[in-house]
Ligand binder design. Structure first.
Ligand SMILES: Cc1cc2nc3c(=O)[nH]c(=O)nc-3n(C[C@H](O)[C@H](O)[C@H](O)COP(=O)(O)OP(=O)(O)OC[C@H]3O[C@@H](n4cnc5c(N)ncnc54)[C@H](O)[C@@H]3O)c2cc1C
Length: 506
């Protein structure tokens, strides 16, 4: 064991949406910060979507296996690299809707209230949108919450064929809106990630140290168990011990929970910060279904650009929330399709005999996304070295209804719109995402005021340990129906303000 002779003011574990954004906030304090990342920098060509071998399966899956409830191994779709999953994400940065912060009745139960409301998150959403150079417009979408400031850049223009579809959707009385996207340059670079906006600028400061290929394997407490005293990481073939005043986990909801569970000791026999037995529980991941349509020719290389939230809170036939619709990017551009073989099989069933190029340029894809409810039995579990996800999706009828409602819309457009848009295929196959698609994981260490039912307090400090924080997607008490990344970033900035004060810095 090598004991690092430095002592840090803050140790952050993980460089994704949570860790990278928090580092951006803390670096200017001048405090001595160590950030540990189990992955390495991603080579540039891997970030260039147009060069991605889209049919290569599982390119960004973690080099390890997790296990389902029956003990079947699978390869999780999660990316270990500087920037974490933001290196491969779709870059759609949406705010949760204001009622998502309240208790909401769903068909299968109640989505719980957040103790911190939209009004408190709003300035941090704005700060995150400015930091990540989000291109968008405060839309006519009726579910859009109030913004105190416009997006820093205008929305991305739709591909001409997508614009025709957007017009046709509006003619159905719906409210298609521009997807807010983070782009590092105005026109070309598809995503802005936490390496570009968080890590790289912070590394210019002398007070920040990044160690890559440094997998944290255990947190050690002092004898009373009240504070984390050392962080143990595996770098190369050596074990290192690092000490810091404050320790912040940002490993992603599944890995942060697993790390806490694996750090069990005499004072914390069921895992660190787990006196409530809530660590790892309430795992949520959005239900996602791809709907594919045969279309007029398109470039196959365009960003996703339109979403529809008219069914977010339900519709006439179904008075419960249903969820969010957004288009996929062009198949030659959209990395999700590189990651989701089930979706690809939908395309090939849909268009038998088509080559890759034809598949990519003659189709239009849509994601239907629906909230799942927190269920204590949906959980991360560790047994020895093995990580298990016990998981059964819920709120399934709401999701099915969303999918079929959207198919009805598409069929109506086919009938009404000029034949140039769709090829009147009459079929709209679907592909649901399997367990291994953990892209939108959240909820395993939820925040709240009651230490008996939550793991973190409202500043995302663990109730049980005075110097231990979690700032990734673990803190969500409910998932909403939009992607979690912007809320993770906004929350990291919010917690960052608290930490700046706690550190006595400016
Ligand atoms: C293909 C794909 C597309 C997506 N598209 C969107 C989208 O369009 N919009 C949206 O809102 N969300 C999207 N998401 C989800 C989004 O990327 C995540 O919500 C977000 O990145 C979560 O941030 P995080 O900080 O919780 O975790 P991550 O970004 O996953 O970061 C965790 C980091 O911790 C590191 N780490 C893990 N364990 C350890 C350890 N033991 N020691 C050291 N380091 C460790 C990891 O390597 C990683 O760098 C997408 C995700 C994927 C995979």
């Amino acid at each position: 064991m090598i004991i690092d002779d430095q002592h840090y003011d803050v140790i952050i574990v993980g460089t994704g949406a949570g860790g990278g954004t928090l580092l951006h906030k803390l670096a200017p304090t001048g405090k001595k910060i160590l950030i540990l990342e189990r992955g390495d920098f991603m080579p540039l060509e891997e970030q260039n979507r147009s060069n991605v071998d889209i049919f290569k399966k599982e390119r960004y899956h973690a080099p390890e296996q997790w296990y389902d409830i029956n003990g079947e191994p699978f390869s999780p779709q999660t990316n270990y690299a500087v920037g974490g999953n933001t290196k491969i994400y779709g870059a759609a940065l949406l705010r949760l809707r204001e009622p998502d912060f309240e208790a909401v009745n769903h068909q299968e139960g109640v989505s719980p209230e957040w103790c911190v409301k939209y009004a408190e998150f709003e300035p941090y959403y704005t700060e995150a949108e400015q930091l990540y150079m989000v291109h968008g417009e405060v839309s006519k979408d009726p579910t859009e919450p109030a913004h105190s400031r416009d997006y820093p850049y205008p929305a991305v223009a739709h591909e001409p064929m997508v614009q025709e579809v957007v017009d046709a959707i509006a003619q159905q009385g719906l409210h298609p809106a521009a997807i807010p996207l983070t782009l590092t340059r105005q026109d070309d670079d598809p995503t802005g990630d936490s390496e570009v906006f968080g890590i790289q600028p912070a590394l210019q400061a002398a007070n920040v140290t990044l160690k890559t290929k440094a997998q944290v394997i255990c947190l050690h407490t002092n004898p009373s168990g009240r504070i984390v005293k050392a962080v143990e990481a595996c770098i190369g073939n050596e074990s290192y011990l690092f000490s810091g005043d404050l320790v912040v986990l940002a490993c992603g909801a599944i890995n942060s929970a697993a790390l806490l569970l694996r750090s069990a000791n005499e004072k914390h026999p069921h895992g660190l910060a787990n006196s409530s037995d809530q660590v790892g529980r309430n795992l949520m991941k959005l239900q996602m279904t791809a709907v594919v349509q045969l279309s007029a020719p398109n470039s196959g290389k365009f960003l996703r650009s339109v979403y529809v939230n008219d069914f977010y809170w339900g519709d006439g036939d179904f008075p419960y929330p249903m969820g969010h619709i957004q288009n996929t990017g062009g198949l030659l551009q959209d990395i999700i399709f590189a990651e989701s073989p089930p979706m690809l099989s939908v395309f090939s069933k849909f268009m038998p005999g088509f080559g890759i190029q034809q598949l990519a340029t003659r189709s239009l894809g849509w994601w239907a996304m629906t909230e799942v409810l927190p269920d204590p039995n949906n959980r991360v579990r560790v047994e020895g070295e093995k990580l298990y996800l016990d998981y059964n999706p819920n709120n399934v009828e709401a999701h099915d209804r969303l999918v079929y409602r959207w198919i009805e819309v598409l069929k109506a457009i086919e009938k009404a719109a000029p034949s140039s848009i769709f090829q009147r295929s009459g079929m709209h196959p679907r592909g649901e995402s399997p367990l291994q698609v953990v892209a939108n994981q959240c909820g395993t260490c939820r925040f709240g005021t009651d230490p008996a039912t939550s793991v973190l307090d409202l500043n995302c400090r663990t109730h049980d340990l005075d110097n231990l924080y979690v700032v990734d997607s673990s803190f969500f008490p409910s998932s909403g129906s939009v992607g979690p990344a912007l809320t993770v970033m906004a929350n990291a900035l919010r917690v960052g303000d608290h930490l700046v004060k706690r550190l006595g810095a400016n």
